[in-house]
Design a binder for this molecule. Structure first.
Ligand SMILES: *[C@@H]1O[C@H](CO)[C@@H](O)[C@H](O)[C@H]1NC(C)=O
Ligand SMILES: *[C@@H]1O[C@H](CO)[C@@H](O)[C@H](O)[C@H]1NC(C)=O
Length: 333
């Protein structure tokens, strides 16, 4: 199933690459990213301390009324663009629209280095190659019917084999486009700071800033470590270790949506009878009457409380599968 490639693979790639690169400079933490904006060519350059070009960007403007179409009215950039190299390893590119109705954006040319990160995709290709994702809000989406959409595992974080990382904070609501060639030669990712909420309301007000935090360390692993510390919160706990050691059984594999109390209890018995170990039993799709409801359907599960008690007595942790959306005919809607 193409669409189920989890994001952790991306971190594995980072680790593998770091082994390949270990033995390089020991001066890990004293890299200084260089950011320059050339007004004449309207280009932002991200360079290494030795002035090697690592990434470049082309800022632009568009209008609020253009964004819902194919976004053809890309205008020459005349807003405010500032670059700063505040913290040594990391710098900041800030684009600030100054006129109401104007939205700022930037297209990054990713052709230097191999790039990873972003979101889960139906056709997942790391490093980025052969990707066509037209303009869309950079928010979680369903990649099964929409194969040119970002998926439901998503970060505003990208990393390159040349040690450059980009992180866009949540304060910039994002529209996004990503195009790459099959051979990897052409690779471009574009961002616009706007959301539906902003678009409907801000014809008369000034649009949000677009901020890109850009870091450069000696290799992709160091960049990832540094940016994780800088921009992400660490987990505060860890899951039950049993879940790593023994299978999580899901009713979906055997029953799909056709489940009820008798079937769940019988399933648990069968797992035991066959001598399989277990950590958890996930009561999956359609335990409720409609999607979006968290209560068991009284019709399918007349005594859910006792069922759960019985499953726990058999040693199962018990979970249910819930959806972040609701059927329009449900009470939850
Ligand atoms: C490029 O991607 C499309 C689907 O997005 C796929 O059909 C095609 O085979 C891919 N080409 C290569 C060379 O991988
Ligand atoms: C992507 O989805 C569209 C519409 O559902 C479909 O027509 C097309 O064949 C799909 N492309 C690939 C490469 O799966």
């Amino acid at each position: 199933m193409d669409y189920e490639v989890p994001l952790y693979r991306f971190f594995l790639i980072a680790i593998v690459l770091s082994f390949a690169l270990s033995g390089a400079s020991s001066d890990f933490n004293r890299m200084h990213v260089k950011l320059e904006y050339d007004k004449n060519s309207n280009t932002v350059y991200v360079k290494s301390p030795e002035s090697k070009l690592l990434l470049s960007g082309r800022p632009f403007e568009t209008r609020v009324d253009c964004i819902e179409g194919p976004l053809t009215c890309i205008l020459r950039f005349s807003s405010v663009l500032e670059v700063s190299e505040a913290s040594g390893e990391c710098g900041k590119i800030s684009l600030r629209p100054v006129k109401p109705g104007v939205i700022v954006g930037i297209c990054l040319d990713l052709s230097k280095g191999l790039w990873y990160g972003g979101s889960e995709l139906q056709y997942q290709r790391w490093p980025f190659k052969n990707i066509t994702l037209p303009w869309q809000p950079y928010v979680t989406n369903d990649i099964v019917p929409l194969n040119q959409s970002v998926g439901n595992v998503i970060e505003r974080h990208w990393l390159s084999s040349n040690g450059v990382g980009v992180f866009i904070p949540a304060t910039s609501p994002l529209y996004f486009k990503h195009m790459t060639g099959e051979s990897g030669s052409f690779s471009e990712m574009c961002f616009i700071a706007a959301s539906m909420r902003h678009m409907t309301g801000f014809m008369k007000t000034v649009a949000p800033d677009l901020v890109l935090n850009v870091c450069k360390m000696v290799n992709i692993l160091e960049t990832h470590r540094h940016m994780s510390k800088e921009y992400f919160d660490l987990p505060i706990g860890q899951p039950d270790a049993l879940m790593f050691k023994s299978p999580i059984w899901s009713t979906w594999a055997k029953f799909k949506v056709d489940i009820n109390q008798g079937k769940v209890l019988q399933f648990a018995d069968e797992i035991g009878k066959h001598g399989f170990s277990h950590s958890q039993l996930e009561i999956d799709d359609m335990f409720s009457s409609f999607y979006g409801e968290f209560d068991f359907s009284p019709h399918k599960f007349p005594d859910a409380k006792n069922m759960i008690r019985e499953l726990k007595m058999k040693g199962f942790r018990v979970t249910v599968w819930v959806t972040p959306f609701a059927n329009v005919e449900s009470l939850a809607f």
